[in-house]
Ligand binder design. Sequence first.
Ligand SMILES: Cc1ncc(C[n+]2csc(CCOP(=O)(O)OP(=O)(O)O)c2C)c(N)n1
Ligand SMILES: [Mg+2]
Length: 627
Amino acid sequence: MKQRLTVGQAVVRFLANQWTERDGVEQRTVAGFLGIFGHGNVAGIGQALLQAQRTGAPDMPYRLARNEQAMVHTAVGYARMRNRLSTMACTASIGPGSTNMLTGAALATVNRLPVLLLPSDVFASRAAAPVLQELEVPAAGDVSVNDAFRPLSRFFDRIWRPEQLPQALLSAMRVLTDPAETGAVTLCLPQDVQTEAYDYPDELFTKRVWHVPRQAPDPLAVERAAATIRGAHRPLIVAGGGVIYAEASSALDRFARETGIPVADTQAGKGALPWDHPNAVGGIGATGNPVANRLARNADVVIGVGTRYSDFTTASRSAFQHPDVRFVNLNVTGFDAGKLSALPLVGDARAGLSALLPALHGRRFTGDFRDDVAAWQAAVDHAYRGRGTQGDLPTQAEVIGVVNEACGTRDVVVQAAGSLPGDLQRLWRARDPKQYHVEYGYSCMGFEIAGALGIKMAEPGREVYTLVGDGSYLMMAQEIATAVAEHLKLIIILVQNHGFASIGGLSEQVGSQRFGTAYRYRNPRSGDYDGARLPVDLAVNAESLGASVIRCRTIADLVEGLKQAREADRLTVLHIETDPEPSAPSAESWWEVPVAEVATLHSTRHARTEYLAGKRDQRHHLRPGGL
Ligand SMILES: Cc1ncc(C[n+]2csc(CCOP(=O)(O)OP(=O)(O)O)c2C)c(N)n1
Ligand SMILES: [Mg+2]
């Protein structure tokens, strides 16, 4: 039997029948659509979604976003919250609607998170070419702006003819549901093809379940890894996002308790173990804490579990200083497992840890780090209390402390860019594997509100707190309107410090004197932005988008405001002005940012000397990972 459907209708019907299953639990692979219509998709995917909604079949909810980049962030937030087992499809019109999704595509792929992107494309028929928003490459007739998605996508295809659709859809699903390959999956749909009909075989629309296996690593590799770990004196575990996506927290807890090995976490891995777990030593790397970084410096075997080893994690490859340090990496992706010349264990984090533990034959390590961790936690307590001086602006660390204390165990904190991710990695006390949602693979300003929306869609029962800097807010606040329209409650803490505290500090560090990082009037005399404060009121802005706004002047106001926000049933923005000066204790670490090799400015020349001193600690890690 066949069904005569348009390409748009076939896409919607097919997606409604895709399921992902792991550990016997099934969920929809694509839970719904986010979209913005234009002439490229209104008659294709748009018509198909309307028809689905009117007839109740297939069941495919649609939500209207306010910006295409933001809607990909929403899909990413959703997918991460669902441990990559479920995501959203994003439909955009041709040209700018589609290219607005490029940043989201990169973010998804960098973070290894599944999103299905359906950019509309130029007419396949070409009868009316060039159509509105067509690129026109004189030497290549088949190129469109959507080709820019190719390097950002883990699977890319363009459906020039309706009969190409079935195979492309199956390939798209395979990549979306494969934890080792997943990321942005892009199917470009030319605007005429979306509306063209074809007799699709019935089997295309039968329920299909994509099984996500818990791949166990190669037994011989497990034996070798175990031998390496047994021979270690000061091993350290680095827990990344893969631990959380694999729901391997219990396996890691057992592994750590039984071996005594300390566990440091990355931005994506925070919460893998609760902050007060006896083996937890907190954040590692450039934005980590001094205790974890000291353990890293002296470790002779580093066991990376589900980590990409970004430069923030490895302190730009200066974190591990033991002359004989070797790495054992357990990762579902071979590419990541092989990093830093590691002995690779390619497999699922839970399956891998469970296989590795018995192979250690009861080996226990007795390194004492508990006193250091306790001293560090006392420093966190101190930072949470701020300076306590009357009249001063609250510090960012105080704000984090108050939000942390307000947050219930199952609630979620969201962030992405600026000075907050570093402070959060150092100071946040995560109590649940899904509590800490900092997007730090792409560190994309603007993720905070849009991503939080997806998190709330994925887990409506959890309170979602999103911390957003004024810079990020100004880039992408419009999804407040989407949240209001969808009756989705978020608690947004708008941290106003009048510019880029993060990049201002970094600028100073590289000798660039905070150039161009403050939101102030341009001063005609100096030519710089060191004039008066701007009359910009982001609280009023948030109110105008439909949020309920609470202005907090003091930390006590914020405590009270958070209470009100929790009790409220609508989206609330808490606006607080903070001191832009750093308020968290130092990470005692390094991050490589280059400094001009020649300069007339003394500040740059001085910074160059410091930079070269930092670079002396950088290592290649070429030593083979095995014994
Ligand atoms: C989309 C995007 N553009 C630029 C950057 C570079 N960048 C990182 S942090 C930052 C400033 C963030 O300002 P704000 O949100 O106010 O946070 P603050 O630094 O004040 O904590 C910039 C420009 C980025 N990460 N993302
Ligand atoms: Mg700021």
